[in-house]
Design a protein. Structure first.
Length: 169
């Protein structure tokens, strides 16, 4: 619309909530007529969770920061938060107290039997296995990537003559 001023967008209210008060703060917003619109993990300083709430055209963001990446689950208040909590767990390593069982969105793990079968077919006498309990299929992009980088660097320096410096950040 050329020549016409556009109405200003309403400001999005942002509230910070400590982990211990996370479910209570969300419950209070729901009781006040706000609707849950989603939850996602955020960075920028301490790791955090952000819940997006809507009431008509208004939006509100509640942020819960935790260096330990741990917060109470919201699934008992908002069952739809279950998927979002699973995603935050899978991609960012968050733990949610009360979300049991906290299953991954997709099972990307390799069974131990497959590892034993694979290593039995290798032509090397030097074989090391590294079990990662928190990671999924693409371990170099996952929460335990530094462990993988350090282990691979150590292995290659011991067995292939690579320099012994670690390349992890």
């Amino acid at each position: 619309m050329i020549g016409q001023a556009r109405a200003a967008e309403p400001a999005i209210e942002q509230l910070a909530v400590v982990p211990e008060r996370w479910p209570g703060a969300i419950a209070a917003e729901l009781e006040a007529g706000w609707r849950f619109a989603g939850l996602h993990a955020v960075g920028g300083g301490a790791p955090g969770l952000r819940a997006v709430l809507r009431r008509g055209a208004e939006h509100r963001l509640l942020t819960c920061r935790s260096a330990a990446r741990r917060a109470p689950s919201l699934v008992h208040l908002v069952p739809a938060a279950g998927w979002d909590e699973r995603e935050a767990h899978d991609l960012h390593g968050w733990a949610f107290d009360g979300h049991e069982p906290l299953r991954p969105l997709a099972d990307h793990t390799v069974p131990m039997d497959d590892s034993l079968e694979l290593t039995g077919c290798l032509g090397s006498e030097v074989i090391e296995r590294l079990w990662l309990d928190k990671s999924f299929h693409i371990v170099t992009l996952d929460v335990e990537r530094d462990i993988v980088i350090d282990a691979a660097t150590r292995f290659l320096s011991q067995h292939a003559g690579w320099p012994a410096s670690s390349s992890s950040p």
